[in-house]
Design a protein around this ligand. Structure first.
Ligand code: G
Ligand code: G
Ligand code: NA
Length: 254
């Protein structure tokens, strides 16, 4: 399934789908949104996770087509939930190649204009810190335009790339997502705890929110709360699920 032709056919056949993983405020219990995670419902191979096909897509211009599909699908889903009286924002992952397109922000504005009943702050872009973003001046300008549209911006997998601090300083992000590799061992590893503490101070100084990724247990949640990190996402809260399961999950939360 690693060819441009296969991916294009899958797009046409509507074989891609988005799963959604909730993000919560553990202190208040509020649901702050969901992250959209792409899956490929392959006719022969079943449900494929992104690591099976995204690396290939991101080497090609296809990253733009798939990325545009993700933006439109997320907006469609926000509208669909709105019509069920569910006000739920969606975060989408943006590939570096997609973000580097000079018309990225203009196209995002055009997508939003197709959904006049959706407030732009219902959409958030997760920018992957590990992917070389390339021309930082261009990316920063693009993200500023997106921010000015009202769209949220978060810096994903924070701490794992080679230019975390530069990105923190230069990119207009609202939120930092601490990579799950720093969260996993916080119960037993004082060094990871020190990293988390440092990231929380940095974020505070820069006026950014922090969300912890990969929160798998209640004990992780308790430790994070004690450290002052209230926002969390992870299997301990919910696994990524199809859109149809989200309303039931919301009704049963707490
Ligand atoms: O569930 P998980 O296997 O969903 O996702 C693995 C990784 O794939 C995520 O960490 C994320 O960075 C990436 N990913 C998931 N969905 C998308 C998407 O729609 N677009 C892009 N560019 N990356 C995605
Ligand atoms: O980096 P990004 O936020 O896009 O990461 C999402 C990836 O992490 C997806 O593959 C998702 O399925 C996975 N994920 C989400 N929560 C957890 C968790 O609690 N533990 C682990 N191991 N993976 C998680
Ligand atoms: Na992400």
């Amino acid at each position: 399934h690693q060819s441009v032709e296969h991916i294009n056919r899958a797009l046409l056949a509507k074989e891609f789908t988005l799963y959604y993983q909730p993000k919560v405020n553990m202190r208040t219990g509020a649901i702050i949104g969901v992250e959209a995670l792409i899956r490929w419902q392959h006719p022969e191979q079943g449900l494929l996770s992104p690591n099976r096909f995204l690396p290939f897509i991101e080497e090609h211009r296809l990253a733009v087509e798939v990325g545009d599909w993700v933006i439109d699908s997320a907006l469609q889903q926000i509208l669909n939930w709105q019509q069920q009286n569910i006000a739920l924002g969606i975060s989408i992952n943006i590939a570096a190649r997609h973000l580097r397109q000079v018309d990225f922000a203009a196209k995002l504005a055009a997508h939003l204009a197709n959904y006049p009943s959706i407030a732009p702050n219902m959409l958030e872009l997760e920018v992957l810190e590990t992917s070389a973003l390339g021309d930082l001046a261009l990316v920063s300008k693009t993200l500023e335009t997106c921010r000015d549209l009202g769209v949220g911006i978060s810096l994903d997998d924070f701490g794992t790339g080679y230019s975390s601090l530069t990105y923190l300083k230069r990119l207009p992000t609202h939120t930092i997502k601490v990579d799950q590799s720093f969260i996993r061992d916080i119960l037993e590893d004082p060094e990871d705890l020190a990293i988390l503490d440092g990231v929380l101070s940095l974020a505070k100084a820069f006026g950014r929110q922090v969300i912890a990724e990969g929160v798998e247990t209640l004990a992780h949640g308790d430790t994070l709360l004690r450290m002052g990190c209230h926002l969390a996402q992870g299997y301990g809260i919910a696994r990524p699920m199809p859109a149809t399961e989200v309303p039931t999950w919301l009704a049963n939360w707490q």
